[in-house]
Ligand binder design. Structure first.
Ligand SMILES: Nc1ncnc2c1ncn2[C@@H]1O[C@H](COP(=O)(O)OP(=O)(O)OP(=O)(O)O)[C@@H](O)[C@H]1O
Length: 278
C-alpha cells in the first residue's frame, strides 16, 4: 500500500479522526509481516481497507494486481482471506463444519477443487471427525484451525490475520502460531499479521511495522526492530511487556536475516508496484 490515509468522519459533533496517516507498507510473497501498535493506533482501519470493507481516504492498495473494494468480483475477493480474533465468530453456528466447507466450495467452484476436506483439515492439524460437528462443539483452538482451513481452501494471495490468537489460551496460541508459520514454510502462504502483542509478532513475523496514531514510526526485520528499537514508542511498547521478555515459550523467532529463498523472491518482486502485495 502506498501513502494510505483513512479519515473517519466525526459523528454527533465529534471531530473527524485520522486513523491512518500516509502509510507505506509492502508484503512480499511468502512473507509474514506484522503490524503492531496499541489500541487506537489504526491497525483495524488499515486491515478493513485491505479487505476492501473500510474507507480509504487517499493512497492506494494493491494485492498482486487486485485493488480491494466493495465491488470486487467474487473470485478476486476470495484472493484476500482473513482470520479474526474470535475463533467461533466467523463460523455459522447453525452449520456443521463439513456443511460450511461444502457451501464455500459451491460458491467458489473454480478455486476449491484442489483438495479434499480430509486433506485440507489434516494440513491444519485436524481430523475428519470435526466435519460433522457444529462450531459450538469444538474448542476455540479447533475453531481457529477451521477458520484457517477455510481461508486456505481458497488459495489466498494474502491472508490477513487480525489478532488471530489473542482470544486463545497461551498453549493454544503457540500451536496456532506454529501452524501459521508452518503454512508459510510449506505452502508459501503470505500473511499480514495484525497484533498488539510484541511477543506474538516476534515469534512469527519476518518484518514488522510499528504504528502509533496512524503512522508507521519504525519498521524493519522483526529481530532487529525488537532487539534494537530506535523509536521511543517501540522502546516504550517493549518496556511495557510483563516480565520484559517479549517471547512465546516454545516458539523460535524467525531468523533476523530473511531466508535466501525469500530474499530471492523479494528481489524479483513478483508483486505489482515494486514488490507490493498490500
Ligand atoms: N468507524 C469509525 N468511525 C470513527 N472513528 C473511528 C472508526 N473506526 C476507528 N476510528 C478511530 O480511528 C482511530 C484508529 O482506530 P483503529 O480501530 O483503526 O485502531 P486499532 O489500532 O485497530 O485499535 P484496536 O486494537 O482497539 O481496534 C481511533 O482513534 C478510533 O477511535
Amino acid at each position: 500500500m502506498k501513502a494510505l490515509s483513512i479519515v473517519h468522519p466525526g459523528r454527533r459533533g465529534k471531530p473527524a479522526s485520522t486513523a491512518v496517516d500516509g502509510v507505506d507498507l509492502s508484503v512480499g510473497a511468502g512473507e509474514i509481516v506484522g503490524v503492531v501498535g496499541e489500541s487506537g493506533s489504526g491497525k483495524t482501519s488499515l486491515a478493513m481497507a485491505v479487505l476492501g470493507l473500510g474507507r480509504t481516504t487517499s493512497g492506494s492498495i494493491d494485492v498482486d494486481g487486485i485493488v480491494p473494494g466493495p465491488r470486487l468480483p467474487l473470485d478476486q475477493r476470495a484472493a484476500i482471506q482473513m482470520v479474526f480474533q474470535d475463533p467461533h465468530g466467523s463460523l455459522d453456528p447453525r452449520q456443521s463444519i463439513g456443511r460450511g466447507l461444502r457451501e464455500l466450495r459451491r460458491l467458489h467452484k473454480a478455486r476449491t477443487g484442489w483438495i479434499s476436506d480430509e486433506d485440507l483439515l489434516s494440513r491444519v492439524g485436524l481430523s475428519g471427525d470435526v466435519l460433522t460437528r457444529l462450531p459450538h462443539q469444538i474448542s476455540g483452538g479447533q475453531a481457529q484451525r477451521v477458520s484457517i482451513a477455510r481461508a486456505l481452501l481458497l488459495r489466498p494471495t494474502l491472508l490477513l490475520a487480525d489478532e488471530p490468537t489473542s482470544a486463545l489460551d497461551v498453549s493454544v496460541q503457540a500451536q496456532i502460531l506454529r501452524l501459521l508459520k508452518g503454512l508459510r514454510d510449506e505452502e508459501g502462504l503470505t500473511i499480514l499479521f495484525i497484533s498488539h502483542d510484541l511477543a506474538v509478532v516476534r515469534s512469527v513475523c519476518d518484518r514488522v511495522y510499528v504504528m502509533k496514531s496512524g503512522r508507521v514510526v519504525e519498521s524493519g526485520r522483526t529481530g532487529e526492530v525488537l532487539e534494537r528499537p530506535q523509536h521511543p514508542y517501540t522502546q516504550a511498547l517493549l518496556a511495557a511487556v510483563p516480565g520484559g521478555d517479549a517471547r512465546i515459550p516454545g516458539l523460535e523467532a524467525p531468523a533476523a536475516e530473511a531466508p535466501q529463498v525469500l530474499r530471492d523472491e523479494l528481489s524479483q518482486s513478483r508483486l505489482a508496484t515494486a514488490g507490493e502485495t498490500a
